[in-house]
Design a protein around this ligand. Sequence first.
Ligand SMILES: *Cc1c(COP(=O)(O)O)cnc(C)c1O
Ligand SMILES: [Zn+2]
Length: 415
Amino acid sequence: MSFAKSLRCRECHREYPLAAIHVCEFCFGPLEAAYDYDAIRRNTTRESIASGPASLWRYKNLLPCDAGAAVDIGAGFTPLIRAKNLGKALGLNDLYIKNDTVNPTWSFKDRVVAVASTRARELGYEKLACASTGNLANSVSAHAAAAGMDAVVFIPHDLEAGKVLGSSIYGPTLVKVRGNYDAVNRLCAELAGSYNWAFVNVNVRPYYSEGSKTLGFEVAEQLGWRAPDHCVVPIASGSLFVKIRKGFDELAKIGLIDPPRTRMSGAQATGCSPVAVAWEEGSMNFRPQRPNTIARSLAIGNPADGYYSLVQLRDTNGACGNVSDEEIVAGMTLLAETEGIFGETAAGVTVASLKQLAERGRIGPDELTVAFITGAGFKTAEAVAEALKPPLEVDASMESFEQAYEALQKAEVPA
Ligand SMILES: *Cc1c(COP(=O)(O)O)cnc(C)c1O
Ligand SMILES: [Zn+2]
């Protein structure tokens, strides 16, 4: 059982049953899960959460599905790391990394798919589907395999090899669409109208998006039940960005933390930055873009939650990073070399944005800041391969090693 009681339109607040629907019939606003917070408050304490499983299911009372029948491959409850070295490099004295690269399919998408697939199975669906920039395809394929459901996943035709393989291994029907993500998404919206499938980010999106709240819940719990001062979050559709903050707000609503004053800042790549550009222009209306960036997982030119992301930037006094492909690669290597964490291109966007916002004084040096690292680096190996120094190659002899090693040290001595 779940404490969700309806879906509610974000715009006109009309209520709907908890079905596989995502837009309001009256005003076309997006639908969002609504809960009985009084009942949640009566049934939820810090202790009851802490004694739950080491996965996102410890927050089951705040999720819109029956955790008793969860599709559970172990998503969530990832490490929150005090990032002293990176903080020092950027002049931030109280910096943390939320390392979501260590989820079962190596990205935060396991959180949203855990919730969406559980609800889809509950609603009687036999097929899981999605429109994906790569990571979602991996996660839907894996969860469908574990749930004993079929998966049909749609991706742009030119994704990174690691993301294609990372879906294929689970045995889905993998469909490469000749077009970019926005074309894939349009196709899936059309298919969702005629096939009785659960498209996790289309018709069951209200359940999917709630999974992202668990990043907010975890960070607050891991900080000793308090919300951070500032979060830096990569923006694709904007759902993750908006829902992390909703996670803090809900914990306050049920009395587990003080009301949050968390500033929410976004991170986008210049090659796909509709939210960052609108924010820079002080506009609440973004213009869709045609993406061209190595940050493929964030390459959504027409973001579904773009408007709500701009509202949140304004309301929380946040800022939005806007970083080039070169800065993204530098961000990936900086994170790896300072903290020992190999994140994908989206992580490079987050770290480069963190740097940009710190340099511009948009993040205070003493703010407790959390940077969200949402996907693992092996998925986008192509992006950094050429920027890394090649290994030494030697014969299996002392002499050969010493020769090569000395030559290397000479070469590395600054002129
Ligand atoms: C999907 C994704 C995001 C952001 O997703 P939203 O659509 O904004 O919720 C961030 N990082 C990675 C690695 C992703 O795959
Ligand atoms: Zn409405």
